[in-house]
Design a protein around this ligand. Sequence first.
Ligand SMILES: NC(=O)c1ccc[n+]([C@@H]2O[C@H](COP(=O)([O-])OP(=O)(O)OC[C@H]3O[C@@H](n4cnc5c(N)ncnc54)[C@H](OP(=O)(O)O)[C@@H]3O)[C@@H](O)[C@H]2O)c1
Length: 368
Amino acid sequence: MPRDDRVNVIVTGANSGVGFGICQRLISQLVSTSPSDIEDDKLSQLHSQAKQRGIRIILACRSKQRAENAISSLTTYLHSLRNQSQIDICLQYENCDLSTVQSCKAFAETIKRGHSRIASIICNAGGGTFTGIDWIGATLQILSHPIDGVTYPNYKLQSHGSTSADHLGWVFQMNVFGHFVIVQELIPLLEAESIVQPTSILWMSSLEAAKCGYDKDADFDLVKNKRSYEASKYLTEGIAIALDESLHKQGKNVRSIIVHPGVVWSSIFYEHLGAILDLLMAVAFYLARWIGSPHHPISAFLGALSTTYALFNLERVHRDATQRYGTCCDRFGNAYIVKQQPVIEEEKDMMAYARDVLAKCDELYRRF
Ligand SMILES: NC(=O)c1ccc[n+]([C@@H]2O[C@H](COP(=O)([O-])OP(=O)(O)OC[C@H]3O[C@@H](n4cnc5c(N)ncnc54)[C@H](OP(=O)(O)O)[C@@H]3O)[C@@H](O)[C@H]2O)c1
């Protein structure tokens, strides 16, 4: 694979939902000479570097076919826009299955072989061991607290006990540890780019992030946790914060930042709802937005704002690294950024907790 000087941005799980929305939004911002997601009058370093060197968006996905379909749709989207900025945008697929350490390491090796620098790793891919819906719980929550019911649903049934080929909790490995491995392997490339501009690791969290009885000592990899999806996001936030502190202490110009998209209508729960209920869920999301919920961007393109905001305004966001950046939306569909406290703030000593989970991940990583 030829080495070239493009700005490289990696997006995991880029073939659908929020990840696809991130790629689309990134393209829309890159082609514009006055990108809406950039706060400063003068363009962000990422944007100006991309203008000088061109940019490569690397879609890190487990299915070649799905990634190629996404690249084809993104290429059509790119061609439908007027490329005012004349930035040369290239889209590339690389295989990465987050549920095995071997695949994550192979992915990182491929990246290292082909590229010497990376501007950002967007740790987006994720999911849960969802098995269906507790219909009675859903009815009760939606009738008693309609907006909460479609924002923080407590009726999604999840199985527990599933493990990966590496004998780790499946949700833990896919949502947290797979990304951790990639990040550890590629930090030198982020550092290499950071000589030119600040670089970033963006961790996808969720409004649903919650401790859910998470016991970092007895069940670190969430095998026994009955709400491993929510807890995996809790753990993600801890890792993101502690990693940011650690990188900062080492004098590295690499930021580690938490983002979340609000509520997006994606395929994350589709197989348990089917087409009709999935459509009804979308209707419920729009109703929630119309009656005033700020948490329903619904479209992945809108939900992606917090990610593109962090990516393009890195010089600005780094001062608030212990906050998370979320996407909100008004009832007319105008998305905006909110800064929130991370959920792990509920710990008595948030930083001690965060450092501990980072150290445990690091220890686990060294075993592979
Ligand atoms: N939708 C929301 O409202 C919402 C809210 C908050 C946070 N989020 C977060 O946003 C992220 C994306 O979710 P989404 O809603 O966009 O769901 P989605 O449409 O189901 O997308 C999930 C993506 O992750 C990929 N993925 C799953 N397992 C993987 C693995 N083992 N290795 C590599 N890639 C894998 C999927 O690839 P395949 O197509 O191959 O399965 C897909 O590209 C997740 O981290 C989720 O927690 C979503």
